[in-house]
Ligand binder design. Structure first.
Ligand SMILES: [Zn+2]
Ligand SMILES: [Zn+2]
Length: 402
C-alpha cells in the first residue's frame, strides 16, 4: 500500500474522532451517565452546525445566492468553524470545482470514482487536500482569511471547548458536553454533509438535467437540511432554494427567507419559473424522444405550456406593480392633504369639512379603481393557472404512457 498518497493528519482525525467519541460516550454513559439537557443541547447545536454549513459555507459563500448582514456572516462562520469541515476558502473552492467539473476526473469528489471516494475517500488523499484555493472574491474577505489562517486552533475552540464550556455552565458537566456536543456532534454533522457528495449523486430522480449524476430525493433532503434536491441545485446553482416548492423540505431555504424578513439577508436570488419549467420539459421530451414518440402536437403542447407560464409570470409582475403603484398614490394624496392642512394654518378649521370630503372622494376613487384592476388581474392569473395545470396534466400523461 502506497501511504504517500494519503494525507495522514486528516486521515487520522477522520477515523479517530468518531471512534474515540463513541467509545468515550459508551464508557461515560456506563460510569457517569448523561444529563438529558446535554443531549438536547447537542441536538440543537448539531442542527445549527448543519445549517451553518448549508446556509453559510454552501449557499452564501460558495454560491453567493444571497447577501447577509456582517453579524450573520460572523455567526455562520463561528458555528461553521465548529464543524471541522475545513475553512470556507478551501470548502468553497473545492465545491465550485465540483460544480464546474461535475462527473469528470477534475471533480475532487467525482462520483465516477465510486461511492466511497465521493463520500469520504477523497479527503484522505493528499491530492485533494493540496488542491490550490481559487476563490478570488472570497479571498478578499479579511474574516475568511483569518478563519483560514488559524483554522485548527479555532476549530478546537469552537468545536470542542465551546460546547463543553456551555454544558459545564448549564448542567455542571464539562466532559459529557465535550464528548456528545463536541466529538459525536462533529462526526454526525460531517456525515450529513458527506451524504450530499455521495448519496445525492446516487439516490433519486433527475427532473431538471438528465445528463448529470446529481439527483433529487426528499429522503436525502431530510438527511441534509434540504440539499437533497441536488439535481435542481446542479442545474440552477445560483438559486437560494434547493427545494423550490413551498412544501419541499428545505430548512436552509426557510432560514435564508426568515433572515431576509428580519432584514438580516437581502438580494435572494431565484431562477425564473419559466426557465425551470423549460428545463423540466426538455428532460421529459428527451425521454419521450428516446421512445420515438415525439409528435408535432406534443411540441405544440410544450410551446403552449411555456407560453402560459410566461403569461403567468407577466401577470404576477403586473399584479405586484399595480399594488405598489396604488400604495404610492394613496400615500401621495395623504401627503397632499397634510401639506394643505399645514398651509391653511388657522383657516383650516373653517375649510375642514370641505377638505375632508374632497380627500375622501379622491381616496375612494383610487381604491375603487385599484380593486377593479386587482380583481381583473386576479381572475386572469387564476384562469392562466387552471389552463397551465390542465396542460401540464396532459403533458404528464404523454410522459408516462407515450
Ligand atoms: Zn453535487
Ligand atoms: Zn453547490
Amino acid at each position: 500500500m502506497n501511504l504517500s498518497k494519503y494525507h495522514l493528519p486528516v486521515w487520522i482525525y477522520l477515523v479517530l474522532n468518531p471512534l474515540i467519541s463513541v467509545l468515550l460516550a459508551a464508557a461515560y454513559y456506563h460510569y457517569v451517565g448523561f444529563h438529558a439537557g446535554i443531549l438536547v443541547f447537542a441536538f440543537v447545536f448539531a442542527a445549527l452546525t448543519n445549517l451553518s454549513i448549508t446556509v453559510g459555507y454552501h449557499r452564501l459563500f460558495s454560491h453567493r445566492s444571497f447577501e447577509a448582514h456582517p453579524a450573520v456572516r460572523f455567526l455562520l462562520l463561528l458555528v461553521g468553524t465548529s464543524a471541522w469541515q475545513w475553512p470556507v476558502l478551501k470548502w468553497a473552492s473545492d465545491h465550485r470545482i465540483h460544480h464546474h467539473r461535475i462527473d469528470t476526473a477534475g471533480d475532487p469528489y467525482d462520483i465516477g470514482r465510486g461511492f466511497w471516494h465521493a463520500h469520504m475517500g477523497w479527503m484522505f488523499l493528499r491530492e485533494s487536500i493540496d488542491l490550490p484555493i481559487r476563490a478570488p472574491d472570497l479571498q478578499k474577505d479579511a474574516m475568511l482569511r483569518f478563519q483560514e489562517r488559524y483554522y485548527v486552533p479555532l476549530a478546537i475552540l469552537t468545536g470542542y471547548l465551546l460546547p463543553a464550556l456551555l454544558t459545564w455552565l448549564m448542567f455542571g458537566d464539562f466532559f459529557g458536553g465535550l464528548i456528545v456536543a463536541g466529538g459525536i456532534r462533529i462526526a454526525l454533522t460531517q456525515q450529513s454533509t458527506f451524504f450530499i457528495n455521495s448519496l445525492c449523486h446516487y439516490v433519486g430522480s433527475r427532473p431538471y438535467d438528465a445528463t448529470i449524476s446529481a439527483r433529487d430525493s426528499w429522503l436525502m433532503a431530510i438527511l441534509t437540511h434540504g440539499e437533497g434536491y441536488h439535481n435542481f441545485h446542479h442545474a440552477f446553482q445560483l438559486d437560494y432554494r434547493n427545494g423550490i416548492r413551498w412544501y419541499q423540505w428545505d430548512p436552509t431555504k426557510w432560514t435564508i427567507y426568515l433572515l431576509s424578513i428580519v432584514g438580516a439577508a437581502k438580494n435572494l436570488r431565484t431562477i425564473p419559473a419559466e426557465a425551470i419549467l423549460r428545463a423540466r420539459l426538455q428532460v421529459d421530451e428527451s425521454v419521450i424522444a428516446k421512445r420515438g414518440q415525439i409528435t408535432d402536437s406534443l411540441k405544440g403542447l410544450r410551446d403552449k405550456i411555456l407560453g402560459a407560464q410566461k403569461q403567468l409570470a407577466k401577470l404576477t409582475n403586473e399584479y405586484s406593480r399595480i399594488k405598489s403603484e396604488y400604495r404610492e398614490r394613496k400615500l401621495q394624496i395623504e401627503r397632499d392633504y397634510r401639506n394643505r392642512k399645514l398651509a391653511l394654518g388657522a383657516a383650516y378649521s373653517s375649510k375642514k369639512i370641505e377638505l375632508q370630503a374632497e380627500y375622501r372622494r379622491i381616496s375612494e376613487e383610487i381604491t375603487d379603481c385599484r380593486n377593479r384592476k386587482i380583481a381583473e388581474i386576479r381572475r386572469d392569473i387564476k384562469l392562466t393557472r387552471i389552463e397551465l395545470s390542465g396542460m401540464l396534466a396532459q403533458w404528464k400523461v404523454h410522459r408516462s404512457f407515450a
